[in-house]
Write a protein of this length. Structure first.
Length: 268
């Protein structure tokens, strides 16, 4: 398996300190977002996280996609980890120690038992095993189905979505836009078994976004965590693929804020 290269970008981003632990590629993502009252999101977060808001609302995102090119540093390719679908329910936050923006997952469903076990053990993320299917209907159109295993009541997500191609708004993602708010997130937060706040730093090029259409036939993700979606259409985006570097999980502490990093690079 070819290892991703790191190169200097026209839009420099500081690399996290230390060495990345894992690389992976996210493919054919739907990003469906709904505005939610900040206090409703805040009630579900660990006390050391604050709900981040855009235009006065917190945001809840359902993100189905499929994953491949997973490589753990220093480990040969793992059988059974070549490609598999994934589905996460996320919101956007800042930690109270450093003010760093990131995202927090209420749930992550996967059909890959090994990925579920590894994510629980190493990154303490809320992975759940699910029956999942992602069927391409055309180059940028997909049917996605997920049913969480061993779950009562049932948690099902079923949607059909399509990318509509890039526009000036999605190609030139600028600070202050919703696209920037939802994608410029350098880490994912979680809590370890000792109840300590942790984060895994991420590194990737700016998201290649497109406008999107979707028919979401069923979506039990929000109700499974006690949230109600507003009676309005979600904000939709599609992304063809994104190569991602993942750093080891680290404790979130004030001393970690503002560490000088002199290298600016992005993955190819």
């Amino acid at each position: 398996m070819r290892e991703f290269l790191v190169r200097t970008s026209h839009k420099p981003r500081p690399l996290p300190a230390g060495r990345w632990a894992m690389t992976q590629r996210w493919n054919d993502l739907l990003l469906a977002h709904w505005p939610i009252a900040a206090e409703a999101i805040q009630a579900l977060l660990p006390e050391w996280l604050d709900a981040d808001t855009y235009q006065g609302s917190a945001w809840l995102g359902a993100v189905p996609f499929w994953l491949d090119r997973l490589k753990i540093r220093g480990v040969p390719p793992i059988p059974g980890m070549r490609r598999f679908p994934d589905l996460n329910l996320r919101t956007y936050v800042r930690d109270r120690f450093t003010g760093t923006p990131g995202f927090y997952c209420f749930s992550i469903d996967s059909s890959n038992l090994l990925a579920v076990a590894m994510a629980h053990a190493v990154y303490h993320l809320p992975y759940r095993l699910a029956e999942m299917h992602l069927e391409p209907r055309s180059e940028r159109e997909f049917a996605f189905y997920s049913r969480r295993r061993l779950s009562r009541p049932e948690v099902i997500f079923k949607a059909r979505y399509r990318g509509l191609g890039p526009t000036h708004k999605t190609v030139e993602v600028r600070p202050g836009s919703f696209e920037y708010f939802a994608t410029e997130r350098p880490c994912v937060f979680s809590t370890n078994r000792r109840g300590e706040p942790i984060r895994a730093n991420l590194h990737h090029v700016p998201w290649p976004l497109e406008e999107a259409e979707a028919e979401i036939e069923r979506n039990d993700l929000a109700t499974s965590v006690g949230l109600a979606l507003p009676d309005r259409k979600p904000v939709l985006h599609y992304s063809r693929r994104l190569a991602v570097y993942v750093w080891p999980a680290e404790l979130v502490r004030p001393a970690l804020a503002g560490r000088p990093v002199t290298v600016a690079a992005t993955p190819s």
